[in-house]
Design a protein around this ligand. Structure first.
Ligand SMILES: Cc1ncc(COP(=O)(O)O)c(C=O)c1O
Ligand SMILES: N[C@@H](CCCC[NH3+])C(=O)O
Length: 386
């Protein structure tokens, strides 16, 4: 888990804070890169998962591209050193300003989510005298079998172009002067742990790819998005996601023509385990039926449990469970004025006391980036080890 030196570092700092294990991050990036290189696959990091600058610089240093969902993410990606020809821009509601920013920065590709957006990008590109590369984000209607709040590839979701709209896209692409179809794009959801879902995605991508090729479009890239899940229950045993098994599925089931590139947009699987939210117990409230640990971190720092009832493993770092501890069941809550401000109910953890350090694990993805200032909370200062 955490070394003695790291723990000593925790004890000198004001809580709560995010801790990033950059050594683990680099091991994860290296495992992903090696597995992707095996098949010549390219990975763009989905920077919505974590845009901490040191984290981004590490990721860029390994040669990943950047997958962005706002004009500010595009700017930030370029600022920290991602080459603009490795930056892609997705998102169901790109504003005109954001599109112009991305055009001016000469990004590689817009992942376009509607016919109307194609028209707008074409017009804005004409206005600045450019030709924009686009990929169509198509809703494949494949169930990701993940939490319903983070599934994106079903017809009922707002994301992507539905398949019945493809003829209109093809027709428009054939006459638009300032956009160029680079490929097709899919993303069916996040925290996917059942890998057979990706096999179903491949089958659908093959069908749609054929549809375009039969109509004379030459697709340079097939972008299959991200979504690979991590093991929130066993962060020490399964520190690094099984990238080999993941890429192997696409290698086996995706039909690609010689020279056709396959792109991925991984977020969570790259950064989740390297981040931990470190917090202290402020109060222990013992009731008759329930015991509460009130932490100094809350849903404002890590929203996932409140938003998706997401599980994060929690550990008391100030007590040695094996040596001295009885196990208790606590509801572990934060200080925010909301009943959903709860990290876990009936959590089994060693008997805990005011001042104990509590680690909330696997918080590197969709943690700090989703924080809010609600209750006028302080902005946190991260802590790193290399
Ligand atoms: C378009 C797109 N690409 C990539 C990702 C990254 O997903 P994940 O963090 O699950 O790999 C997301 C988020 O779900 C997304 O919406
Ligand atoms: N924010 C979500 C993932 C959403 C991914 C973006 N489409 C989570 O914390 O699990």
């Amino acid at each position: 888990m955490f070394s003695k030196e790291t723990l000593a570092g925790f004890n000198t700092r004001k809580t709560p804070f995010y801790y990033y294990d950059l050594k683990l991050l680099k091991e994860t990036l290296s495992a992903c890169k090696d597995a992707a290189n095996e098949y010549g696959f390219q990975v763009h990091y989905a920077m919505k998962a974590n845009f901490n600058e040191r984290v981004l610089k590490c990721i860029q240093g390994f040669g990943f591209g950047a997958d962005c969902v706002s004009g500010n993410e595009v700017k930030k990606a370029v600022e920290v050193g991602f080459p603009s020809n490795q930056v892609v821009f997705a998102g169901v509601g790109k504003s005109d300003d954001e599109i112009i920013t991305a055009l001016e920065l000469n990004i590689y590709c817009f992942n376009v989510e509607s016919v109307q957006e194609l028209e707008i990008i074409n017009d804005l590109a004409a206005g600045v005298g450019k030709r924009a590369r686009v990929a169509l984000r198509i809703n494949p209607n494949v169930d990701a079998y993940t939490h319903h709040n983070i599934t994106t590839g079903l017809e009922e979701n707002k994301f992507g172009i539905n398949q019945w709209e493809l003829p209109a896209c093809a027709e428009y692409l054939n006459r638009a002067q300032n956009i160029w179809l680079e490929g097709i794009h899919f993303h069916i959801g996040s925290q996917i742990t059942n890998l057979t879902v990706f096999k179903s995605l491949c089958v659908r991508v093959n069908e749609i790819k054929l549809w375009f090729e039969e109509r004379g479009f030459n697709l340079k890239i097939l972008n299959v998005g991200g979504g690979l899940g991590v093991d929130y229950y066993h962060p020490d045993e399964n520190k690094i996601a099984d990238f080999k098994a993941y890429f192997e599925i696409f290698n086996q089931f995706l039909d690609r023509k010689p020279g056709q590139e396959v792109h991925f947009e991984l977020g969570r699987a790259l950064v989740a385990h390297c981040g931990t939210l470190i917090s202290r117990v402020l109060y222990v409230k013992n009731g008759i039926k329930k015991h509460f640990l009130v932490l100094d971190a809350g849903m404002t720092e890590l929203m996932r449990p409140a938003l998706y009832q997401a599980y994060h493993k929690m550990e008391n770092l100030s007590r040695n469970v094996e040596l001295e501890q009885s196990i208790m069941k606590y509801d572990i809550v934060g200080p925010i004025c909301e009943s959903t401000d709860c990290f876990g109910k009936e959590v089994e953890i060693g008997t805990s006391f005011r001042g104990d350090l509590i680690a909330i694990r696997t918080a590197g993805a969709y943690g700090d980036v989703m924080s809010s200032r609600y209750n006028l909370r302080e902005q946190l200062e991260p802590y790193y080890t290399e």
